[in-house]
Structures are given as C-alpha cells and as structure tokens.
Design a protein around this ligand. Sequence first.
Ligand code: HEM
Length: 72
Amino acid sequence: MRAKPIVSSLLLITFLVVLLTGIALWISPRGVGKHTITQVHTIIGFLMSALIIAHFWLNYRIFIGEIRNIKQ
Ligand code: HEM
C-alpha cells in the first residue's frame, strides 16, 4: 500500500476537523461542551502537524523541483 495517498487524505480530513473545531472555539461561549471541542481540536491539531511533516517528507523532491523551476 502506498503511503502518499493515505497521508494526503488524512491530512485533508484532519485539516477540516481542526478548521471547524477552531471556528467553533472562536464563536462558542465558555461551557462544558467547549472543553470537549478544545480536546478534539488539540489532539487532532497535533496529529495534523505530524501529518504535515510526513507529507513534506514524502513530497520534498517534487517541492525542491518546483522551487528550482522558479528561477527559469
Ligand atoms: C486551521 C487551523 C487552526 C485554527 C483555525 C485554530 C483556531 C483556534 C482557536 C480559535 C482557538 C481558541 C483560542 C482561544 O480561545 O484563546 C485555538 C486554540 C488552540 N489551538 Fe488551534 N487552530 C488551528 C490549528 C491548530 C493546530 C494545528 C494545533 C496543534 C498543533 C492547535 C492547537 C491549539 C491549542 C493547544 C489551543 C488552546 C486550547 C486551550 O484553550 O487549551 N491549533 N485554536
């Protein structure tokens, strides 16, 4: 099984969860529910950060190639 599509898909899903829970934290008042949203946001946020590093690791050759093309 190839890692790239799995990492990319998980990155998209975790980004959407972090974005939506981030917006929820922004607009929601203090309360019991906010604690749960904060926990989901923080755990998925760190998972997303690990996936960003994995995504960069798997794609850095393409990235370096694109940076070199800027000069042309
Ligand atoms: C789309 C990206 C993100 C958005 C829009 C976002 C938004 C927010 C917002 C609005 C808050 C509440 C701030 C407050 O009440 O003072 C917050 C708190 C926090 N975020 Fe994010 N965030 C994002 C990404 C991340 C990521 C990637 C991580 C982890 C690496 C993370 C970790 C945290 C933590 C630890 C808190 C503090 C929670 C607490 O009150 O204990 N966030 N974020």
